[in-house]
Design a binder for this molecule. Structure first.
Ligand SMILES: Cc1cc2nc3c(=O)[nH]c(=O)nc-3n(C[C@H](O)[C@H](O)[C@H](O)COP(=O)(O)O)c2cc1C
Length: 313
């Protein structure tokens, strides 16, 4: 159980925002396994203001499930306007991205670059949290690099600005995805604020979940890549069974359901293409998966693809 402002969330295991992964079909699939919240992909705040159909599709509300929309940008007013649009379109939470390390984003002074400019970061935190009624949360890294580990300081600023929960990915921006997520560092953030703090990075099993919670003293976890090809990880982490195993027929049903959601959401061409990476993850470490992947990467017909899935799984 997690209290995010006025929102009560039933589980403290949340699905992390991931560009190109946590789209509407993925969130619909993951919600079956009851994470506390699902997060959208990061959405550029300027794109939200234009309200074009591609962007509005990205913020499509996960049906009957608590969902957060994550926004990115560097202009406090545009970020505020964008968050209102998300709220009007059903977002239960607005999350601010201060963690994205990619050049295209940080060169525009958004994402983790904001951690280098505490004045601008403060303006954005205040402006967004004052503009919507739903809770506003923040996701960031430890800092820009090892010489500027200012996440605890920004967390305090965020709390004073009305932010209701903070997630820390235990790496610096300059680390990108190298090394290991530093769960122990998150303790410094946790002890600096009263709002819930989540630990994120490299959590993939019950064992390392328990270790991450112990090391960080965090109130919950956010899981990203650990859900690739196993959206049931959220159920697995709750299960008392030593060896959790998903029933094969159910797994096949989930995969076919995911494919259909993808086709319905994007149409045939993009739907099939964007689903291939998920099929790659679903089939990983199963016998003959290389051969299967070769076949699916060439397949452009949904009926043939469904038959291939039926045969393989
Ligand atoms: C493909 C991919 C896309 C990501 N996109 C976002 C994003 O849009 N917003 C964000 O805050 N973090 C993003 N992240 C970072 C994840 O949310 C998470 O912080 C990171 O992957 C570490 O957690 P994990 O080890 O559980 O994956 C992305 C990560 C990956 C691998």
């Amino acid at each position: 159980m997690l209290n995010i402002g006025k929102l009560q969330v039933n589980s403290n295991f949340l699905l992390a925002p991931m560009s190109g992964v946590t789209d509407y079909p993925y969130r619909e699939i993951v919600k079956k396994f009851k994470p506390g919240l699902v997060f959208s992909e990061m959405i550029a705040s300027r794109a939200l203001l234009a309200q074009n159909s591609k962007t509005m599709k990205m913020i499509k509300k996960t049906d009957n499930y608590l969902s957060a929309v994550q926004i990115a940008g560097c202009d406090p007013e545009i970020m505020a306007e964008a968050s209102k649009i998300c709220e009007d379109n059903g977002a239960d939470i607005i999350d601010i991205n201060m963690g994205c390390p990619v050049k295209k984003v940080v060169n525009g002074y958004a994402g983790s670059a904001l951690m280098k400019d505490e004045i601008l970061a403060t303006k954005i935190l205040e402006s967004v949290s004052n503009s919507v009624k739903v809770p506003v949360t923040l996701k960031m890294r430890k800092g820009w690099d090892d010489n500027s580990l200012n996440a605890p300081k920004i967390a305090k600023i965020a709390e004073n600005s009305g932010i209701k929960m903070i997630t820390i990915h235990g790496r610096t921006r300059c680390q990108m995805y190298k090394g290991k997520s530093d769960w122990k560092f998150v303790k410094n953030v946790k002890s600096n604020v009263k709002i819930p703090v989540l630990v994120n990075g490299d959590i993939t099993s019950k064992e390392n979940l328990n270790q991450a919670l112990k090391d960080s003293k965090a109130d919950g976890v956010m899981i990203g890549r650990g859900s690739y090809g196993r959206p049931w990880i959220f159920q697995e982490l709750f299960s008392n069974k030593k060896k959790f195993k998903i029933n094969n027929n159910y797994k096949k049903q989930i995969i076919l359901n995911h494919l259909q959601l993808s086709l319905d959401h994007y149409g045939k061409d993009i739907g099939l293409k964007s689903f291939r990476k998920h099929l790659g993850w679903y089939s990983k470490s199963i016998n003959n998966s290389n051969e299967f992947r070769l076949k699916i990467n060439q397949c452009t017909d949904e009926i043939i693809l469904k038959n291939l899935i039926n045969d393989f799984f």
